[in-house]
Design a protein around this ligand. Structure first.
Ligand code: FES
Ligand code: FES
Length: 157
């Protein structure tokens, strides 16, 4: 542990390992945005209430605003910047563009992450399943109907 309480951690983001020195209690989003300069995940509420900060961890959507970076030591994190490396993420991203599923875009990275996690686990979800997966994600621009269409398009339904 360093003088300011920083510890050395290794996090793997978008296929790349990063050695970081951080207070272990720092929420992951600050490390992603401030240290690794990955600005895709957004800080919205900071309270697990909006979904803007979602990233994929081992294929599951995780809210990076509340979970301490220490919990991700040695884990595989994918942010929206790296999501097109896999076929499902690529399809979701393309479908969001084709369905014009963003307005200001503040919520979009979180929704793309959530949709990718959903389709990875459930490749052909029905509408209720899509709505349930997206419910934790707020969009103040009201783009949810288009987001649902984008997810259906990505699923091929
Ligand atoms: S910023 Fe993480 S849920 Fe809102
Ligand atoms: S597109 Fe603006 S908050 Fe969702």
């Amino acid at each position: 542990m360093g003088a300011c309480g920083a510890v050395s951690l290794t996090i793997r983001v978008n296929g790349q390992s990063h050695e970081i020195a951080s207070d272990p209690d720092t929420p992951l989003i600050y490390v992603l945005r401030d240290e690794l300069k990955l600005k895709g995940a957004k800080l919205g509420c900071g309270l697990e209430q909006c979904g803007a900060c979602a990233v994929l961890v081992d294929g599951k959507a995780v809210l990076s605003c509340v979970t301490a970076v220490e919990a991700f030591d040695g884990q595989d994190i994918t942010t929206v910047e790296g999501i097109s490396a896999e076929e499902t993420g690529r399809r979701v991203q393309a479908a969001f563009v084709e369905a014009s599923a963003a307005q200001c875009g503040y919520c979009t990275a979180g929704l793309v992450v959530a949709a990718t996690a959903l389709l990875t686990e459930t490749p052909d979800p029905d509408r209720e399943t899509i709505l349930a997966a997206l419910t934790p994600h707020l969009c103040r621009c009201g783009s949810h109907p288009r987001v649902v269409k984008a997810v259906q398009r990505a699923a091929g339904s």
